[in-house]
Ligand binder design. Structure first.
Ligand SMILES: Nc1ncnc2c1ncn2[C@@H]1O[C@H](COP(=O)(O)OP(=O)(O)O)[C@@H](O)[C@H]1O
Ligand SMILES: [Mg+2]
Length: 604
């Protein structure tokens, strides 16, 4: 239970619920146990009446005990209700806290963590693991408290009547606990298998839906259907197994309870015959057996709940302990004003998971307000370089400085706010166009500003073409956008961030050449006063750049402006030569895929 103990600090946040819950449990147990005495008394009155004949007193007594039992049942019900209202509600509060802590940790962890862990696993932490822990926080804790008090009080009541009889009646109980524990364990294992099969099937179905076009194109429906069929058969089997065990569970309980009742009647009856006690004692003990059944049966169930919660809590704890590789310093650098001067000093970067050296001894100095174009084949390290600028990861060796200060000395959140970054794979949320554009902006943005940014990114007309304009929902739950539209909306979003540094990572790759040249011609105006880094394969933007940097296999191989590099007659010059030879007849629609023709393949 080492890991579950970590939850104690959460319990302490709700002292009222915890103390109130215990009080209500005790109250409900008292009101539940006490009627045993009324039953014995009622039987006693009947015994007297058998000897002396029925009198008015008997009727009054029976009515009195009947009403008392009714009243106590009602009170017990009330306190049981209050017990659930405090303890189960407390568990829901803690579940909420725990989920928030997990979510905050998801946000805190960095790219290195997300490269290593898959989405399904991460989702499980916050959904399945938390709900198992909640079963401990709520039901397991509640039934434990209840079992404890109910057992203690019932035993006290029983022993007060007769110790030997109590032992006889209790004899089958340990067997009951053991049997139920074994069965619960099997039930848990089987229901785990059921859940796993369920989630495997829904993943399978989901993949079928997302890949339905490929599936149909390959005429693979039949094969897919038969795979689904065998998955359903497996699901049927595990469910059948679960039902089998469940079917075993109840008769087993009834058998052992019956055994205790039998002993109460038998041993108790012998005592009555000997004249040791009144016949009411038999009824009283049968009542005790019934009182003990559920608490004792729940021990096995609660133990298996606790075991599962412990395993889940261990996973949650591990995750909460994970530290991001990239961390901001406690009192980071946070200047009022940023100039936007970048210095790269022999920066090298090796991906730890693959061992690939994506950058090697890279040196560059960029003055405030410059427009820098980074180009080179696919895999030359361009994306790696720009990701280092927002500290998605840190250089393996060397350092990067902004305004003369090492990035690692900057306040991390503040640094990232200064850089409007459009990653290579543009991402939009399932929300309206307007909300997507506003995303990440703390300041209020007027509609006019949204329109201006959309115009600068040449996506305004596209948006007006949508049914609800800027209020159209895009993404998974809305209008499907072309790759180029996504890229241009992402660019508009970056423009709106009004950050002193702008970074576009291959953000025009799916935009058609005509629109591209429009954006490119607007770009110097859009980024005026900011330092901008534009990663590009196509070089339409290069003539506007103050510096063009050509990368190859992580090394800087050429640097200069358009004119200088043309005179240089190197890699860049041959690139431009190739691109200008290309006929750009295919202006118009956006390209869903990167359609550069054969020669640009050489650049990639
Ligand atoms: N997440 C990653 N893990 C391991 N290696 C990577 C990762 N991302 C990129 N690389 C490798 O680093 C090199 C540079 O990649 P990248 O910076 O994406 O190049 P570019 O953006 O110029 O196409 C490539 O060899 C690529 O395979
Ligand atoms: Mg890239």
């Amino acid at each position: 239970m080492r890991h579950l103990l970590l939850l104690n600090s959460y319990f302490l946040r709700y002292p009222k619920h915890l103390i109130g819950g215990v009080i209500f449990v005790v109250a409900s147990v008292v009101f539940q146990t006490y009627p045993a005495i009324f039953i014995r008394e009622a039987f006693g009155s009947v015994e007297v009446a058998i000897e002396n004949g029925v009198t008015n007193e008997l009727n009054q007594n029976l009515l009195k005990y009947g009403l008392l039992i009714l009243l106590f049942s009602a009170l017990r019900g009330l306190f049981t209700f209050l017990m659930r209202q405090t303890l189960i509600v407390m568990s829901r509060h803690i579940e909420y806290d725990l989920k928030n802590d997990l979510y905050a940790q998801y946000q805190r962890l960095d790219a290195a963590f997300y490269r290593k862990n898959n989405t399904g696993d991460l989702m499980n932490r916050i959904s399945e693991d938390v709900s198992r822990v909640r079963m401990y926080l709520g039901p397991a804790v509640m039934y434990s408290i209840n079992t404890f008090f109910a057992t203690v009080l019932t035993l006290v009541f029983m022993f007060r009547v007769d110790v030997a009889l109590s032992f006889w009646v209790l004899a089958p109980m340990p067997l009951l606990v053991w049997a139920i524990y074994r069965v619960s364990d099997r039930i848990n294992k089987a229901s785990h298998a059921v859940q796993e099969q369920q989630s495997a099937m829904s993943t399978f179905a989901q993949e079928t839906f997302s890949g339905i076009r490929v599936l149909k194109a390959f005429a693979a429906e039949k094969a897919q259907s038969s795979r689904y069929k065998s998955a359903s058969e497996k699901s049927y089997q595990v469910n059948a197994e679960l039902f089998e065990i469940n079917a075993l569970f109840q008769p087993l309980m009834l058998l052992l309870v019956g055994l205790s009742t039998l002993l109460a009647v038998w041993i108790g009856g012998l005592g009555v015959v000997e004249g040791k006690w009144s016949s009411g004692v038999i009824a009283e003990f049968i009542y005790y057996v019934n009182l003990l059944t559920w608490p004792i049966a729940s021990i096995g169930w609660v133990m298996s709940l606790i075991q599962r919660a412990e395993a889940s809590m261990e996973r949650i704890h591990q995750f909460l302990q994970a530290e991001p590789v990239v961390n901001g310093p406690a009192n980071g650098y946070k200047p009022e004003h940023i100039r936007g001067e970048w210095t790269f000093e022999s920066v090298s970067f090796v991906y730890p998971d693959s061992g690939i050296e994506a950058l090697h001894d890279f040196n560059l100095r960029v003055e405030p307000g410059e427009l820098v174009v980074l180009t080179g084949k696919t895999g030359s390290g361009k994306s790696t370089l720009v990701q280092l600028m927002v500290r998605s990861m840190d250089p393996t060796s060397g350092r990067i400085l902004l305004d003369g200060v090492d990035l690692r000395e900057w306040d991390l959140e503040y640094l990232r706010k200064q850089v409007a970054f459009v990653p290579q794979d543009a991402f939009l949320f399932s929300d309206t166009v307007a909300e997507n554009l506003r995303f990440g902006n703390t300041s209020e943005l007027s509609d006019l500003e949204l329109v201006q940014a959309a115009q600068a990114a040449s996506v305004h007309d596209d948006v007006l073409g949508f049914e609800k304009g800027y209020e159209t929902v895009v993404g998974e739950r809305g209008v499907a956008l072309s790759g180029g539209q996504k890229q241009r909306l992402s660019i508009a979003r970056a423009f709106l961030k009004k950050a002193p540094v702008l970074v576009l990572d291959d953000s025009l790759s799916a935009v058609d050449p005509k629109t591209e040249s429009y954006i490119v011609e607007m770009l110097p105006k859009s980024v005026v006063g900011r330092t901008a880094f534009v990663v590009a394969q196509r070089l339409s933007v290069a003539p506007f750049a103050s510096k063009i940097v050509v990368l190859e296999e992580g090394k800087l191989i050429e640097i200069g402006n358009h004119k200088e590099l043309l005179e240089n007659q190197g890699f860049y010059a041959s690139l431009v030569e190739l691109q200008s030879r290309r006929t750009r007849a295919d202006a118009g629609e956006d390209h869903q895929t990167k359609n550069h023709g054969p020669f640009t393949e050489n650049l990639r």
